[in-house]
Design a protein around this ligand. Structure first.
Ligand code: ADP
Ligand code: ZN
Length: 286
């Protein structure tokens, strides 16, 4: 039995076919173009394999409210060709197999939960700090959803008093995505994140805002582990800085056994999204 999986990102679609042992038997990477073109290429790849079902972890926001008449559509994206595109319906029509759709971060969270850094716990969060900021939460082997998916990248954080950087989120003045996403860091520093010195004060600011978000997530969701991934976190010196700020802000109100284990790096080499999408597919084919 073969399973199809797509990590549908704003720059690329990673498409994989996995066997019953969860091994990748074929993989292709498609540049994200207009919807029809991109999906045609993906469908052609999957038609070469006899897949039972398809799982998709996609950039969003996506309408995941099963009662909504825009269920399965991409919503308010700045990629205007994709806005209101019925991703779920189109994929079902093209491939004629059951399709499970969720957000990229929910899929990544499920991937790390089942096969990566959260295999030994019953609940975990995965946060990406990349082009955007987003987070997923898995509990009891399932991705958490309310009327749709959470949007934890847009929670407000308390600004540092003299921080006048306006943020890059077009919707909010001081949400976490607007303040610490890759494009926010680049705009704040005036150079690419990769070119900022490890000792630059900008990382302290970034760590402080991320730590605030993690404290809020911890207070609301009580996850047993928090995994932080995404391009910005390739700056691995951020992990100890975030842990330190997290402990300072939480101020021992909740007991966290070992903050080094609690806030951790991903274990899946950027494959958590596509492997997690395959897990979503497997769950609907059972
Ligand atoms: P996406 O979020 O689009 O899936 P990534 O998670 O790779 O992709 O995030 C891309 C963002 O991360 C870009 O804004 C990029 O500038 C930033 N980034 C990537 N690598 C690094 C790095 N080593 N240091 C700082 N920022 C980085
Ligand atoms: Zn925002």
């Amino acid at each position: 039995m073969l399973i199809g999986a797509i990590e549908a990102g704003g720059t690329k679609f990673v498409c994989s076919v996995l066997n019953e042992s969860n091994e990748t038997v074929d993989k292709c990477i498609i540049k994200t173009k207009k919807p029809a073109e991109t999906l045609n290429e993906a469908a052609n790849f999957f038609r070469g394999h006899d897949i039972e079902s398809l799982g998709v972890g996609a950039f969003g926001p996506i309408d995941l409210n099963a009662k909504s008449n825009t269920y399965g559509m991409i919503k308010n994206t700045p990629k205007k060709d994709w806005k209101n595109f019925p991703l779920l319906e189109e994929l079902k029509k093209m491939l004629k197999v059951p399709v499970a759709l969720d957000t990229d971060v929910n899929a990544a969270c499920l991937g790390e939960f089942r096969f990566g850094a959260a295999q030994d716990v019953d609940s975990a969060m995965y946060i990406t700090v990349g082009t955007g900021v987003g987070a997923g939460f898995v509990k009891d082997n399932q991705v958490f959803k309310g009327f749709s998916h959470p949007e934890m990248g847009h929670i407000k954080v308390k600004r540092i008093a003299d921080d006048t950087f306006p943020g890059v989120c077009p919707y909010h003045d001081d949400c976490i995505e607007g303040l610490v996403s890759g494009p926010a860091i680049e705009k704040r520093a005036g150079v690419k994140g990769t070119d900022i010195d490890k000792n630059d004060a900008v990382w302290e600011t970034v760590a402080y805002y991320i730590a605030q978000a993690l404290v809020n997530y911890t207070l609301v969701l009580s996850p047993e582990r928090i995994i932080i991934g995404g391009g910005v976190m390739k700056q691995s010196h951020l992990y100890p800085m975030i842990r330190k700020e997290f402990a300072r802000i939480l101020n021992d109100y909740i007991e966290i056994d070992d903050v080094n284990e609690y806030i951790t790096e991903p274990l899946m080499n950027d494959d958590q999204g596509v492997i997690g999408a395959a897990a979503l597919a497997r769950d609907i084919s059972r």
